[in-house]
Each structure stands twice: as C-alpha cells, then as structure tokens.
Design a binder for this molecule. Structure first.
Ligand SMILES: NC(=O)c1ccc[n+]([C@@H]2O[C@H](COP(=O)([O-])OP(=O)(O)OC[C@H]3O[C@@H](n4cnc5c(N)ncnc54)[C@H](OP(=O)(O)O)[C@@H]3O)[C@@H](O)[C@H]2O)c1
Length: 283
C-alpha cells in the first residue's frame, strides 16, 4: 500500500490517477475526503497532521511506501514520519524542490524548508527518493483570474526564463520511484523540455484558448500580492528575487523525466492545452 499526502493537489492528483490506472493500491490522504474527487480505485482517508502519532497510526496500516508533500504535512512532519515508520513504511518518495542543490542560497526560505524536510526523512531511517523539480507549469494558473477577465495579463519579469514541468511528468517519475526498484538514494532533478519566458507562456495559453493574450510587464515595485494568489505573502519577496535573477538566463534543463519514464517531458504548449478549462471556467 502506498500512502499519498498532498493527494488532491496538482502532483498528488496526477499521482493517484496514475497509480490507480496501474492498479497499484493507494491510500490518498486529504483534509476533506468529501471534496477530494479522486478516482474510485483509490482508498481515501481523512488527514489531520496535527492529530499526533497515535491518531495518525491507522493511516499507515499495511503501508510500505509514502509520497511526502511538504505543505500537506507542514510543521507536523516528524509525527507523520513516526507514524509512517511504525506502520511499516520503508520508502519515502518526497516532492522536494530544485532549489536544493550545491551552491544554493541556504538562507532562501524555500531552500530551508525543503532541505530541512529531506534531512528529517534521511534521519528517519527510510529508504528515500528525492524529486527536485524546478518551476511547475501549474504556476501559470496564477494568471487564470486575469485571463478569465480579459486579454491582458499584468505581472513582472516578462523575460524570466524557466523550463516549466507538467505535473503529470512529476507524477510519472514518482510512480516509477514508488513501484520500481533502483530509486532508493536517488535524487531526481526534474524540469520541462525547453526554456519558456513568462511572455511566451502567456502566448502559449492564448493559442490554446484561441485568444490573442498579451503580457503587460509591470515593474517589480508595482507587484501586488493579488498577482500571485497561490504564493504565501511571506514567500513573495524571495520568489520575486528568483524571478529577477531568471530574466534572460537559460534555466537548467534535465532529461530525467525521459530517462526514468521512457517518455519525453511534456511541453508547455501541451500543458496549456491540457488546462484550457482552468482558464475559462470559474473555480
Ligand atoms: N510550484 C513550483 O514551482 C514548485 C517547484 C518546486 C517544488 N515545489 C513543491 O511542490 C509543492 C506543490 O505541489 P502541488 O502543486 O502538487 O501542491 P498543491 O496543489 O499546492 O497542494 C497539495 C495538497 O496539499 C494539501 N495542502 C496544501 N497546502 C496545505 C496546507 N497549508 N495545510 C495543509 N494541507 C495543505 C491540500 O490537500 P487537502 O486540501 O486535500 O488536504 C492540497 O491539495 C510545493 O509546496 C513545493 O514543496 C513546487
């Protein structure tokens, strides 16, 4: 049995769908199973990470592996890991971040949070696989409200370059790490296949929607929290600093998705097509 935290999120939902399609037993943890809308083949369990190890224990009955999502366990990682260990989990596949690398700014809050959780997993005595993706294509959903409202998207750093990765590809690597031998002790750095600027992302979404969208670049000092609805306010300054540093700078591009799954990583154009409804229907 594979236990998945963050199971209703971008990556977790794709992971649960792929595991159930492969007929692998998966227990999806969520704060609210009634709203989870996950495939029928998945077992669903209510997850309150603050409940303490005793209350968390039944979630790991019969479990051998854990997909670990940092935000979903929050400050309760140790209790969740303790319950997992007692329940029999031997392998943790953690959704970490590409920000964890040699030479990184070790004061960056996203570095601190992910490196700290990786360390807890290592010290927990599990076999582990760390997935370190760079920018998610789903970050573009931050423009969905603006795109529903009109053809102009306002934001900073039109020329910031990333290699956005499709959540299905992160999930596909996680599936292989969970189901196959040979991934214990592996660090998988994951990216999309090509560099795409902010401006080009908006145009790709426009093409998918059959609309002529344009990006109206605003100076960094005019950025509002509303432009980044999914980013916690405390994280925004560090994130803007990262975007500023990415202007005109070629991003890291890895072939890990293809080498692990056998299929090339999906393009941002593909992602935009897959997500048309997210930019047209209310959420
Ligand atoms: N975005 C990027 O560019 C990027 C880059 C590198 C790494 N990452 C990593 O990937 C993670 C995001 O993955 P994702 O997009 O799949 O996640 P997500 O969609 O934001 O959230 C996953 C699930 O976790 C639970 N959750 C989220 N925030 C929570 C909170 N504060 N308290 C309790 N539960 C919470 C929710 O499930 P329920 O409501 O069902 O409980 C949610 O559906 C980041 O946190 C980071 O660790 C992201």
């Amino acid at each position: 049995m594979i236990v998945a935290t963050g199971a209703t999120g971008n990556v977790g939902r794709a992971l649960v769908a792929q595991l159930t399609a492969a007929q692998a037993p998966v227990r999806a943890l969520t704060r609210d199973p009634r709203r989870a809308k996950l495939p029928a083949g998945a077992e669903m369990a209510r997850f309150d990470p603050a409940a303490g190890p005793a209350a968390l224990a039944p979630l790991f009955d019969g479990a051998t592996a854990l997909f670990l999502h940092m935000a979903a366990v929050g400050e309760h990682a140790d209790a969740v890991l303790e319950a997992a260990r007692k329940g029999g989990v031997e392998h943790v596949v953690m959704l970490s971040s590409g920000i964890v690398e040699d030479g990184a700014d070790q004061t960056h809050p996203l570095y601190v949070a992910h490196a700290d959780l990786e360390e807890r997993v290592r010290l927990g005595g599990f076999g582990w696989t760390f997935l370190r993706p760079n920018a998610f294509a789903t970050n573009s959903l931050q423009w969905a409200d603006q795109i529903r409202a009109g053809d102009t998207v306002r934001g900073p750093f039109a020329g910031a370059l990333t290699a956005p990765i499709h959540e299905d590809d992160i999930a596909a690597v996680a599936v292989r790490a969970l189901l196959d031998d040979g991934h214990r002790g592996a660090v998988h750095r994951l990216t999309g296949p090509t560099a795409v600027s902010t401006d080009e992302q908006i145009h790709a979404i426009g093409r998918a929607l059959g609309r002529d969208l344009r990006f109206d670049e605003v100076p960094p000092e005019e950025v509002t929290e509303a432009m980044f609805p999914h980013v916690p306010a405390a994280m925004l300054p560090a994130l803007l600093k990262s975007f500023a540093a990415a202007v005109g700078v070629a991003p890291e591009i890895t072939s890990t998705v293809e080498s692990v799954t056998g299929t090339p990583a999906r393009t941002f154009t593909q992602w935009a097509q897959d997500h048309r409804e997210d930019f047209t229907q209310g959420n």
